[in-house]
Design a binder for this molecule. Structure first.
Ligand code: PLP
Length: 444
């Protein structure tokens, strides 16, 4: 058997400790993916599986798109690596400019990372350093939100609000507080788009300010739409209210748009959909349509310019990664943004929002469905947990989906999530909903 071909099924699964995976269950019945094209994955045996989640919320342009593949191939044969500290390569600057052009307002500068987790830690560090160099070094507190996911770095899990991601890892960052999450089934059940109820929850920030004093708070970080804990769209007016409170108290507002960026909600960034300008935006995933790891932080002009002082030869920010703005990632990013523009994929996603919402909300009467939330090309279906085994129904659903229903889905606990590539056709939306219905019936 050739070990070089991705289509060859490996015969030893032991060495690879898989991330965020039930390793023993997987290795007993692997869900193996060997190939992909457009809307589909293919198993090593060649069975087509509809990609219901854009890989992991990242392959927004679909899979193996010729233009992106060609750009990566060409880059690999031209420049493999260039040191990003004190040196640059042209595509890094070109891509930063393109991303800044897509972003709203004066989010004019881009600091590149390799992942969403690194983007989050970078944004938190920029926030702390910003206050420090302005002589407000007491502003060290970071405010996250319950049910927030900001990756797995120590900064990200500290401001994050997912219990299992935090409880095993010690004391985390000190000086962190959390806003309440914004979900309330009684007030928001079966919501499409932004729920009407919940804007007042932003006022909880005033309570936190009153407790700690604004002079100790550096930044608030939230996902405009919380994704990983089961899709919690922002209540109408919530983000505007949070922005106003941050402004009142000199607190920076960071949007973590690692999954909401690059078209998922029908716009380049959710900030645009909501007309709220944060001080920084964390991005990753969709920037290269998942083809090469890349993340980054968009930073507003005034914030960036505050760092541009001191002697010209002095480094302004002591932070960066060996692979920041890696040439392969930059080439992939440029080709991806070209493709998004040429196929108008963000507007396409917005245009499909109603069709997608109709198709998925129609599953409301299936067994054990407690709630369905749809927004952009995102859907979450809460299923009732199996008595005494929370998460088991969700796990079974994903497994059944892959092996029996030919669809790749994700579950967070007992919530099933669909976030297809933005190239999904109307017919494939119907197919996705039908397959999800079959899965829900199968785990009833
Ligand atoms: C909102 C958000 N932030 C950060 C991350 C972490 O990104 P990565 O897995 O690339 O580190 C994710 C990943 O899903 C995410 O959804």
């Amino acid at each position: 058997m050739s070990t070089g071909s991705s289509a060859a099924a490996p015969n030893d699964l032991a060495a690879y400790w898989m991330p965020f995976t039930a390793n023993r269950a997987f290795k007993a019945a692997p869900r193996m993916i060997a190939r992909a094209k457009d809307m589909h994955y293919f198993t090593p045996e060649g069975r087509a599986v509809l990609d219901g989640v854009a890989g992991l919320w990242c392959c927004n342009a679909g899979h193996q798109r010729d233009e992106i593949v060609a750009a990566i191939q060409a880059q690999a044969s031209e420049l493999d690596f260039a040191p990003p500290f004190q040196f640059g390569h042209p595509k890094a600057f070109a891509l930063a400019t393109r991303i800044a052009d897509l972003a709203p307002g004066d989010l004019d500068h881009v600091f590149f990372t390799n992942s969403g987790s690194e983007a989050v830690d970078t944004a938190l560090k920029i926030a702390l350093a910003f206050h420090n160099i302005r002589g407000e070094g007491a502003r060290q507190r970071l405010i996250g939100r319950e049910r927030g996911y900001h990756g797995v770095g120590f900064g990200g899990i500290s401001v994050g609000g997912i219990v299992s991601n935090r409880k095993f890892f010690g004391g985390l960052l000190t000086g962190v507080d959390h806003l309440p999450h914004t979900y309330d089934r009684a007030h928001q059940g079966f919501s499409r788009g932004e729920p009407e109820w919940g804007a007042h929850l932003a006022d909880e920030l005033e309570r936190i300010v009153a407790l700690h004093d604004a002079s100790t708070i550096a930044a608030v970080i939230i996902e405009p739409m919380a994704g990983s804990t089961g899709v919690l769209p922002p209540p109408k007016g919530y983000l505007q209210r949070l922005r106003a409170i941050c402004d009142r108290h000199g607190i920076l507002l960071i949007f973590d748009e690692v999954i909401s960026g690059f078209g998922r909600l029908g716009f380049a960034f959710a900030a645009e959909r909501y007309g709220v300008l944060p001080d920084m935006i964390c991005f990753a995933k969709g920037v290269t349509s998942g083809t090469v790891p890349m993340g980054g932080v968009l930073v507003r002009k005034g914030l960036h310019d505050t760092f541009m002082r001191g002697p010209d030869h002095a480094i302004e920010l002591f932070h960066g990664y060996t692979y920041s703005a890696h040439p392969l990632a930059c080439a992939a990013g440029l080709a991806t943004l070209d493709l998004y523009a040429r196929e108008n994929l963000f507007a396409r996603a917005l245009g499909l929002e109603d069709t997608f919402g109709d198709a998925l909300q129609a599953l409301a009467d299936l067994p054990h469905v407690l709630d369905i939330r749809t927004i952009g090309l995102v859907a979450a279906i809460d299923l009732a947990p199996i008595e005494g085994s929370p998460g088991l129904r969700g796990f079974k659903a994903v497994d059944h989906a892959f092996h029996k229903a030919d669809i790749l889905l994700r579950a967070t606990g007992d919530t099933l999530v669909a976030t297809p590539p933005l190239i999904i056709s109307q017919a494939q939306i119907g197919e996705l909903a039908e397959k999800m219905a079959a899965v829900i019936r199968a785990v009833a």
